[in-house]
Design a protein around this ligand. Structure first.
Ligand SMILES: Cc1cc2nc3c(=O)[nH]c(=O)nc-3n(C[C@H](O)[C@H](O)[C@H](O)COP(=O)(O)OP(=O)(O)OC[C@H]3O[C@@H](n4cnc5c(N)ncnc54)[C@H](O)[C@@H]3O)c2cc1C
Length: 298
């Protein structure tokens, strides 16, 4: 009866480690090679375990690792966010509010206060669902992840991090230790919008982030990035739409043209939450809106 009654069951019995350092966490991942899972806020992992979609033998909690809890800004590297920092800590950071308002705008559209109090950006990315809200925004910001393994560490662009639903480039002995976002440039601005079926606490049916830097006279678009979520197996750039806008003034006509091209670039599927056709149309609408809203932020 337990099996058919509801899909959420009690958590299975599982061993839990509470390392104090990243190095210790990584050596546990190595020791239990594939049998242990990193546990940050648990807001994605625990429901999956309760549904028995995933039953690791061990959990490795990041909660006691103080060297993963930080938000710093450095002139060269830009913003650095430790993997143990919660979504709400980022949302409330005056540093992030001042320099990366698009990130604040994105996180404020996610989940609830309770979920954001424990959930992390690294968990949002490592969970690797196409609808992860932080992914399009981090892609347009040019963010990179620091992956730490037992022998080496490497930097990977968020854009190159995803391999498919539930799959990333992380190997089983690696964890994400921090997120780095390049320094903000003068005049840069962006917007993230998501379309959901419910007004609150829902995953994106479509998410669009756009970000651009005008030239010094604010006449043309010197740099532009558009990223789409929930419309392909992985969060993706709309590069053809970007090419339409690059080096040109952002007129209404051009924005409409780019939005149409972005919708053609999207590769959504039909599912119970929405048809592919509807998702494509929402990409068009949201791309247009994000660009227009960003223009007004100037
Ligand atoms: C009610 C509710 C509402 C939600 N609303 C939204 C929403 O609006 N938008 C949205 O995008 N998501 C939403 N989520 C999903 C979830 O809250 C977020 O994805 C959150 O950011 C996950 O972070 P976490 O720290 O809890 O991850 P966890 O559950 O701890 O981990 C998720 C996965 O990432 C791995 N992982 C975590 N940290 C690391 C690391 N540092 N290195 C390597 N692997 C790691 C874990 O092993 C696990 O596989 C919602 C969830 C709930 C329960």
């Amino acid at each position: 009866m337990g099996k058919t009654l509801g899909r959420l069951r009690r958590l299975p019995e599982v061993g839990c480690f509470f390392p104090k350092t990243t190095r210790e966490a990584v050596s546990l991942l190595k020791k239990y090679n594939g049998k242990a899972k990193v546990f940050a806020g648990g807001t994605d992992l625990l429901p999956k375990m309760k549904r028995r979609e995933l039953v690791p033998k061990y959990l490795i909690s990041l909660s006691g690792i103080t060297d993963l809890k930080f938000i710093k800004y450095e002139k060269e590297k830009g913003l650095r966010i430790g993997a143990g920092t919660t979504l709400n800590e980022i949302l409330e950071s005056s540093l992030v509010q001042k320099r990366y308002p698009i990130l604040v705008e994105t996180i404020s559209q996610m989940a609830s206060t309770q979920v954001r109090n424990v959930g992390t950006i690294s968990g949002n990315l490592c969970n690797a669902v196409p609808s992860a809200d932080t992914a399009p925004t981090l892609i347009v910001l040019g963010a990179r992840l620091k992956l730490v393994g037992p022998k080496k560490q490497r930097m990977v662009l968020v854009e190159d991090f995803f391999k498919g639903p539930d799959r990333t480039v992380l190997d089983r002995t690696e964890l994400v230790s921090e997120i780095q976002i390049p320094p903000t440039l003068s005049g840069a601005r962006g917007t993230y919008l998501k379309h959901t079926l419910r007004r609150e606490m829902d995953l994106a049916l479509v998410g669009v982030a756009s970000y651009f830097i005008p030239n010094s006279k604010k006449e043309i678009c010197k740099e532009i990035k558009i990223a789409l979520g929930a419309v392909a197996p992985v969060p993706m750039r709309a590069k053809k739409a970007e090419a339409v806008l690059m080096g040109k003034p952002l007129t209404n006509e051009l924005i409409e043209q780019a939005a149409q091209i972005a919708s053609e670039e999207a590769k959504p599927i039909d599912d119970i939450r929405g048809s592919a056709e509807y998702r494509k149309e929402m990409v068009r609408v949201l791309t247009q809106r994000t660009l227009q809203q960003s223009l007004k932020k100037g």
